[in-house]
Design a protein around this ligand. Structure first.
Ligand SMILES: CC(C)(COP(=O)(O)OP(=O)(O)OC[C@H]1O[C@@H](n2cnc3c(N)ncnc32)[C@H](O)[C@@H]1OP(=O)(O)O)[C@@H](O)C(=O)NCCC(=O)NCCS
Length: 174
């Protein structure tokens, strides 16, 4: 069963210019800097889509960014690759996910990840992809995702994937 609703008063919104990004800090500079200075520009160019979680005061408590991409057939675990064409294959990319330092360890990371997976699942009904891929920044982040059954791509210890089949199974028990 994947976790459901955000705490009362919290709301998820597509990133907009009016959201105060400069104050966001999740303790990991690359993840912080992406939201502060790159996410909106990338979204405006339609390269990625970011959603922010606002707390009761309208402060950004967390965010995630989704994009699309491709993975080489040869990079997939053999059991996932079986039966697929030997070429680049479409994937959804969970490009970034962060929770502000003052909101961490309250379950929001899990809730944001659950919502990102729901978004991917919904999009996957229209634009097919074989898996969700993400690059984790460190061992702590990797442990966070592995709890959700994301698994390593062979030879890429910090690149994790969740197959479409697994995503669909996760969503069907919701
Ligand atoms: C990773 C991150 C998103 C987790 O967010 P969070 O809101 O603190 O996560 P949750 O409260 O939902 O935690 C759920 C579980 O994840 C695990 N977890 C979370 N942070 C962890 C950490 N730093 N080390 C080990 N396990 C961790 C724990 O099992 C935790 O459950 P618990 O609190 O009952 O022990 C957050 O720490 C963060 O933004 N980190 C910096 C940016 C980053 O690494 N992003 C991911 C790569 S893009």
């Amino acid at each position: 069963m994947i976790p459901g609703v955000f705490p009362q008063g919290f709301r998820l919104e597509p990133l907009e210019r009016t959201h105060v990004r400069a104050a966001f800090d999740c303790g990991e500079s690359r993840v912080t800097d992406w939201l502060r200075s790159k996410a909106l520009q990338s979204q405006n160019r339609h390269l990625s889509a970011t959603k922010v979680l606002l707390n009761r005061e309208g402060v950004i408590a967390g965010y995630y960014t989704l994009a699309t991409g491709q993975v080489d057939f040869g990079d997939l675990p053999p059991d996932v690759a079986r039966g697929l064409p030997h070429r680049k294959l479409p994937v959804a990319i969970l490009a970034w996910l962060g929770v502000s330092a003052s909101h961490q360890r309250q379950g929001l990371g899990d809730l944001l990840l659950a919502q990102a997976l729901r978004d991917c699942y919904e999009a996957g009904q229209t634009f097919a992809f074989i898996a969700i891929i993400l690059d984790c920044v460190d061992e702590a982040a990797k442990a966070f995702y592995q709890r959700w059954n994301f698994r390593e791509l062979p030879g890429h210890p910090y690149r994790l994937m969740l197959s479409w089949e697994f995503l669909a199974a996760l969503m069907e028990v919701e």
